[in-house]
Design a protein around this ligand. Sequence first.
Ligand SMILES: [Cu+2]
Length: 358
Amino acid sequence: MKILKSKILFFVLTALTTHVFGQVGTNGEDRKEEGRPVREYNLVLEQNKLTLGGVTADAMTINGSIPGPVLEFNEGDFALINVTNKMDVETSVHWHGLILPNFYDGVPYLTTPPIEPGTTFQYRIPINQSGTYWYHSHTMLQEQKGVYGSILIHPKEKTLDYDKDLVVVLSDWTNEKAMNVLRNLKRGNEWYQVKKGTAVPLSRVIKEGALGAQLKFWRDRMEGADIADIYYPAFLTNGKTLAEYPDFKPGEKVRLRFVNASASTYYWMDFGGGNPMVVSGDGVDVEPVSKSRFLFGIAETYDVIVTVPEGTLEVTATAQDGSGHTSLHLGQGTLFPATTIDRPDKVAMMKQMARMDM
Ligand SMILES: [Cu+2]
């Protein structure tokens, strides 16, 4: 009886909440295409050789670049996005974080037909939200090869105090074939750890009393004491190892809209000054919080308002395993340097994880 009661309660609550808080962007007026300002973009996907951060690789580009263009909208717009596939393989574009008619979600064979070579597909999206989002291919391993870009939607009513916007897309970059990366991961060898000098010799594991933890890791098919599986020769900020924006003036408040478009990298973000205030996460405004260092997960977005100092403000994103970093500079003159975070003590971490009995 008790079970039945709670079940009824569950259904009543579910019905109530879906009625009162019906998902924004998918029903009624939110679906309507007519009467909205139209904002149209053309995206052309091609296979190119591209050098980013000094590393040349076979890439998949959007309008010739990586990342693809910033798609800028106002809340209430009607977005028309024409994606032309000039590659020799099928593709798709998924709009990460956008609330939209399911048919345009861009997951091939599930919601949206794949875009065949030589064809164009038009996505029709009424924009009913604001914030920082991104888009990426949802086909095979194309995201790793460069099919990603950002979405900036200005709110109907501006409630936050800032002068300018700057979208900052972080990514990792390798000249290895994406299929080979996958193959190495499946083999579970320590090739990447050796390559980036983060492999821990067994002698050290034993010396630090972590053999039990290591055995447990092996039993769980986890290789060694690492926190990032892949070696990347470059990490990028808007396609560059160091992205410089000298035109920002001292005192200007800039809303940095960070997107982590990496295939597999978490970053420690560190600000060299500028009184950073985190105001939004994954497109949703939060109670502003002062933070000069935070961990930035894959596919997340964070908006951080900074005030440009009398000099150059540096923001650095260090790969969580300390194997590399990429930086952003705002303004000019004396550098307000960010901190590059040290490599973590992985043996200690492995022992800690083994104790958690994961
Ligand atoms: Cu996504």
